[in-house]
Write a protein that binds this ligand. Structure first.
Ligand code: NAP
Ligand code: 8YV
Length: 331
């Protein structure tokens, strides 16, 4: 296939065998795609390693050896808005531009955050189980839930694209919103707290949607959880690394907080057995963006970034750290 003056089908792109179907289809149609089962340079022919100019992946540190084995790599298109810091910075250090998939998933992920919040407070999963097990019929009504969304004050840790989509929903639910980012966001009127501690003191319900970076790692710790109080509810839709899981397990077990809703975990797909055994936590297997529609939009953006780079010499959505690499001269 030829786009403009560039023959895309001469350009080798490596992507994983189990990848997003839309990205897979688009990349196979447009480029010379090489599909790999694992990011292992030893399993790829030297000719392909030399020819590869692009990579499409859900980047993690496991990809670093392969990045190092690709002398002509120009671009990595990450599937997801969140990106692994170590491998991304490693690639950028080698002048490889990295792109991600912002914006197209905001509303879907915000919907999922609301589902976690509602399930954690109103026990909808347990209530449905009660019905399906015939207990409504045999034993009577499901219990009145000790927790409610009413009269809660919600804190958003990470009021960015997705955080704002969540805030719009919380507003519609009639609840006050506070937030903590490193910088005050002048485009919103919600109270800003300069520290996560100040935010946790001001709210009883905390929604985590910051990126998983070294700076945010395990910042939701025992102290923050204690500040939420015994009616406290934690929702994490960002990254599992942001929450100190042993501290959360302890807080949920001893009543330091009341409940939690989690879409992400520190060591996915491993979920601590203690969490699995608890009734006061709603657990989802990282499905924030996982509808066919939204994952296809993300897959399109992965492919569009590659096409744009090789036809126009510029990316569409480079990660902020790669801003200086987002455009190149076409020879
Ligand atoms: P975004 O627009 O970049 O927003 C991130 C927000 O976090 C910004 O407001 C930023 O504000 C704040 N922030 C960053 N580092 C911080 C720090 N150290 N301390 C306090 N605040 C900090 O990103 P987004 O598109 O909303 O996505 C957010 C994250 O959600 C992604 O990185 C990803 O990890 C996660 N995610 C999860 C799913 C899922 O399926 N569960 C789906 C999509 C995304 P400042 O720069 O002012 O600090
Ligand atoms: C994706 C996500 O599911 O975009 C993100 O940051 O966490 C999710 O939308 C994930 O990146 C790929 O499986």
């Amino acid at each position: 296939m030829s786009q403009g003056t560039t023959n895309l089908d001469d350009i080798t792109i490596i992507m994983p065998s189990r990848f997003n179907p839309r990205a897979d289809q688009r990349i196979r149609e447009a480029f010379a795609a090489t599909i790999v089962d694992a990011p292992d340079p030893a399993a790829i022919s030297p000719d392909v390693l030399k020819a590869t100019r692009g990579l499409a992946a859900w980047l993690s540190p496991a990809w670093i050896p392969l990045i190092d084995a690709l002398p002509n790599l120009e671009i990595i298109a990450n599937f997801g808005v969140g990106y692994d810091t170590a491998s991304t910075l490693h690639a950028i250090g080698k002048d490889v531009v990295v792109t991600h998939t912002p914006s197209v998933l905001d509303e879907e992920v915000a919907d999922t955050a609301m589902a976690l919040l509602l399930n954690a407070t109103r026990e909808l999963y347990q209530a449905e189980k009660w019905l399906r097990e015939g207990r409504w019929h045999n034993e009577g009504n499901y219990r009145l839930t000790p927790l409610t969304l009413r009269e809660r004050t919600v804190g958003i840790y990470g009021l960015g694209r997705i955080g704002k989509a969540i805030a719009r929903r919380i507003e519609a639910f009639g609840l006050p919103i506070h937030y903590h980012n490193r910088k005050r966001d002048e485009s919103v009127a919600y109270p800003w707290h300069a520290s996560l501690e100040d935010l946790a003191r001001a709210v009883d319900t905390l929604i985590v949607v910051v990126p998983g970076t070294p700076e945010t790692a395990r910042t939701i710790d025992a102290t923050i959880l204690q500040m939420l109080g015994p009616d406290g509810v934690l929702v994490n839709i960002g990254r599992g690394t942001t929450v100190d899981e042993p501290a959360l397990i302890a807080a949920l077990s001893d009543g330091t907080i009341a409940a939690a809703g989690l879409d992400v975990f520190e060591d996915e797909p491993y979920v601590p057995a203690e969490l699995m055994a608890m009734d006061n936590v709603c657990l989802l297997p990282h499905v924030g963006s996982a509808s066919v529609r939204t994952r296809a939009l993300m897959g399109d953006l992965v492919a569009d970034n590659l096409v744009s780079w090789f036809t126009r010499g510029e990316t569409i959505t480079a990660v902020p750290e790669a801003g200086h690499l987002a455009k190149r001269k076409i020879d």
